[in-house]
Design a binder for this molecule. Structure first.
Ligand code: ATP
Length: 286
């Protein structure tokens, strides 16, 4: 049996760090949405029971360190499936970029093997299993636009955003999410940026969404990597409606409502940084 699925990247519209937990992780409130920049995963079942992952990018480990491999192994061990699977990943999402590429691959493996191996698990059950692999996997299983709380594993679906373009710009550096969280001091505030974003989304209010973009990790990453600060500045100067760093960075995204702004912003960033993409929001996962 064969099938192909897309694994889309995500951006954080809001990322609030709420508290440090005794287990070392942070309690967060995140509002995330998917964009139309995706890895492509091809699945072919294997009679020999093996799990084999092949990647278009040679520098990413394809053994048990790969999140896609771990997702397949998790389902195989838990449900004792006799069949194996060959997974080929065409990597289009930049790695260690704050776009949840690895988590999205893992979530896509869970969704695909649920069908291929006839496991009949609900999205909620898959998300719960996926949360053991990484904090963004639960969101990626659900897709669309959602609020994630806890460590990122508790998901509440939100309405789709008003349509717009997203310009993504990533400098030639990778950022370790763990390093950034280790350096953050938990903000002390009396309001919730994520709740303000949630209200703006429920109100389908593009201008309010732009005004309430927020990421607590941004200050830490910007202080460590001046090139990320420069990209954000350049993006704002090029005329985006709003700009923010995604996740722990280093990718910065800009929101643009009108198609005639897209070229100007895209051209202002190309040549200035390694990877630039102009994409649409994804309203629903395939
Ligand atoms: P997040 O936004 O969830 O923090 P990220 O976009 O910053 O994630 P990833 O692209 O998921 O980061 O990569 C983080 C690390 O995970 C890399 O060091 C990479 O080697 C490893 N990794 C394991 N499996 C994968 C995969 N399938 N795709 C990309 N990276 C993977």
């Amino acid at each position: 049996m064969k099938c192909s699925l897309k694994a889309p990247a995500k951006i954080n519209l809001s990322l609030d760090v709420i508290a440090k937990r005794p287990d070392g992780y942070h309690e967060v409130e995140m509002i995330m949405t998917e964009v139309d920049l995706a890895d492509r995963l091809d699945f072919v079942t294997r009679d020999d029971g093996k799990i084999v992952v092949e990647m278009s990018e040679g520098f990413i480990p394809h053994d048990a360190r790969n999140l896609a491999h771990q997702a397949a192994q998790l389902l195989k061990s838990k449900f004792q499936t006799r069949e194996g699977v060959h997974i080929y990943i065409q990597k289009n999402i930049p790695v260690a970029a704050g776009l949840a590429g690895g988590s999205s691959d893992a979530a896509t493996v869970l969704r695909a093997l649920n069908e291929i191996w006839g496991l009949s698990l609900s999205k909620g059950e898959l998300a719960e299993l996926g949360a053991n692999l990484g904090s963004d996997v639960a969101f990626c299983v659900h897709g669309g636009t959602a609020k994630a709380t806890g460590r990122g594993e508790k998901i509440e679906k939100l309405p789709a955003l008003p349509s717009c373009w997203v310009i993504l710009a990533k400098p030639p550096i990778g950022v370790s999410t763990g390093d950034i969280y280790r350096q953050i001091s938990v903000p002390n505030r009396s309001y919730s940026p994520a709740s303000e974003m949630e209200d703006a989304i429920y109100g389908n209010d593009y201008a309010r969404i732009c005004n309430h973009l927020h990421n607590d990790l941004e200050t830490v990453t910007l202080a460590l990597y001046p090139e990320v600060r420069r990209i954000k500045k350049r993006m704002i100067e090029s005329g985006v409606d709003a700009a923010l760093m995604s996740g722990s960075g280093p990718t910065v995204f800009g929101l643009v409502k009108h198609e005639n702004q897209v070229n100007r912003v895209y051209n202002a960033l190309r040549g200035f940084c390694e990877h630039v993409y102009a994409v649409r929001l994804l309203t629903e996962t395939c």
